[in-house]
Design a protein around this ligand. Structure first.
Ligand SMILES: [Zn+2]
Length: 474
């Protein structure tokens, strides 16, 4: 299989913008939204030079040859980030993913693992950085390390501490942004991964392996945790015993069906033994350690039947073969009894309660959707906004939710030119909105314009792009 970015329709559509990459632009008559403080500053102009915010003020004058774009009282916010996606799971998936992120004002994405070789991922990343392709900044954090034989094709494999160290050496030399642990490494291997990643100065993110307790992973120096189930599990008094049970069963050489049976029973035990006081203790521990959590709560929509209609725009905007696969009956859902369905709903409610407590306890949260062709009903761009809406539904304020998507991700990734603020020296990855997002996040779904490294597709261009994407799916 050849992995490459095609993007013909996307590029043709963007050529129609008529704005050269990195031309100077002056955006006038804007209200700047400071997502961290909730402060609105009216009547501002923003000068963008070579893709960077060069100045902000009330009396900015355009430089020679710069474009002046009337903000007309629009609201300017930092671009959004989705910290957990897989844009390289299909051979042409970036062609689909990048335009959809652009439509939603997504400035950056953290890729969390896929079969594309690192060289091909880096090539796309460099072309975006150079302004050759209009797209979200890419953080390549998908160097996933699993136990043999590996849960997905193309993973790094490590079953011993020595292997873990060798794998981290390779990950560092290949230029990945992080080491991602997956579900199957045992505890000694997991600890060696953490040590080696730390020695290389690489962040350790990922799944907490099934046989490792959450607190062990925190103490080992895990920087970021993907998904939320293990937090809820750690809040159950039976949590540690459940992990020991799984570890002993696997050590005794149990077959996969017996292992899956144990894992399938865990939700019931968590519901029965979830404990408020233990939860407060665990959440305080995560907060003190500063371990970030990428919750991917929107994944639960699949189990609750919160699916888009077959003719919804998000379904029409994916390639026919992906849409066809998504329309097929799913054996996991078909096999579920009413009792299991009720259990899934109770578990989701407990996740959400624990999530709200985590936020209130100061656990750093980065918005993440797990969007990928490989994940049914999760959609590049769309699912990020669904995830944000979910945070608000659960109890975060609109400002707090926005912070998880604008401020937390670039700071976690330690990116010099992005930090979730609109300030001179920062990359001009912004979204111009019709309304104040601190009053309703709905305005994020249809930006008036998107500023992607200095290139500024306005609403008419975004509409043309959307129409092209819809017609491609027909
Ligand atoms: Zn994922």
């Amino acid at each position: 299989m050849r992995y490459h970015f095609q993007g013909f329709a996307f590029l043709a559509c963007l050529l129609a913008i008529g704005v050269a990459a990195h031309a100077d632009s002056l955006l006038t008559d804007l209200t700047l939204v400071d997502v961290e403080t909730g402060t609105l500053t009216e009547g501002q102009s923003v000068l963008i030079r070579e893709g960077i915010v060069a100045g902000i003020g009330t009396d900015m004058t355009p430089t020679d040859g710069s474009d002046v774009i009337e903000g007309a009282d629009g609201y300017l916010v930092p671009g959004l980030w989705d910290s957990h996606v897989h844009i390289f799971s299909g051979a042409t998936e970036p062609d689909t993913a990048l335009p959809r992120y652009l439509l939603h004002g997504v400035a950056g994405i953290g890729d969390m693992g896929a079969p594309w070789p690192i060289e091909a991922q880096q090539e796309l990343q460099a072309r975006i950085e150079a302004g050759e392709i209009v797209g979200s900044s890419l953080v390549l954090s998908g160097a996933w390390v699993d136990g043999s034989p590996g849960s997905w094709p193309g993973m790094f494999l490590a079953d011993t501490p020595d292997k873990a160290r060798a794998v981290v050496d390779r990950i560092a030399s290949e230029g990945w942004a992080a080491v991602k642990s997956y579900s199957m490494p045992d505890e000694p291997t997991c600890l060696a991964l953490a040590d080696a990643a730390n020695a290389e100065g690489l962040a350790l993110v990922g799944h907490i392996p099934e046989r490792v307790a959450l607190c062990t992973a925190i103490d080992a120096g895990t920087d970021g945790m993907e998904h939320f189930g293990r937090v809820t599990m750690a809040c159950a008094t039976a949590g540690v015993a459940m992990i020991a049970d799984l570890r002993d069963t696997m050590a005794a050489g149990a077959d996969l069906p017996s292992i899956f049976e144990i894992m399938a029973g865990q939700d019931r035990i968590i519901l029965d033994t979830w404990d408020e006081a233990l939860c407060a203790e665990i959440l305080a521990r995560i907060a003190v350690a500063g371990m970030h959590v990428s919750p991917t709560l929107v994944v639960a929509d699949f189990y609750t039947g919160n699916w888009p209609a077959p003719d919804a725009p998000r379904m029409r905007m994916i390639p026919a073969e992906v849409r066809e696969a998504r329309g097929r009956p799913d054996f996991r859902l078909e096999a579920m009894t009413d009792e299991e369905r009720a259990l899934a709903e109770d578990s989701i409610a407990l996740y959400r309660l624990t999530f709200l407590k985590a936020h209130r306890a100061g656990v750093p949260i980065r918005t993440s959707s797990d969007a990928s062709f490989a994940n049914r009903y999760l959609f590049h761009g769309f699912s990020l906004l669904d995830e944000l809406d979910l945070y608000v539904e659960i109890g975060l304020t609109l400002r707090e939710a926005l912070c998880t998507a604008t401020v937390a991700p670039p700071r976690f990734f330690d990116l010099r030119d992005h930090d979730g603020t609109i300030a001179p020296g920062r990359r001009a990855d912004l979204a111009l909105l019709d309304a104040n997002p601190l009053e309703s996040l709905a305005t994020l779904r249809r930006p008036r314009a998107v500023i992607a490294g200095g290139i500024i597709p306005d609403r008419a261009t975004l509409d043309a792009l959307e129409a092209t994407l819809l017609s491609e799916g027909e």
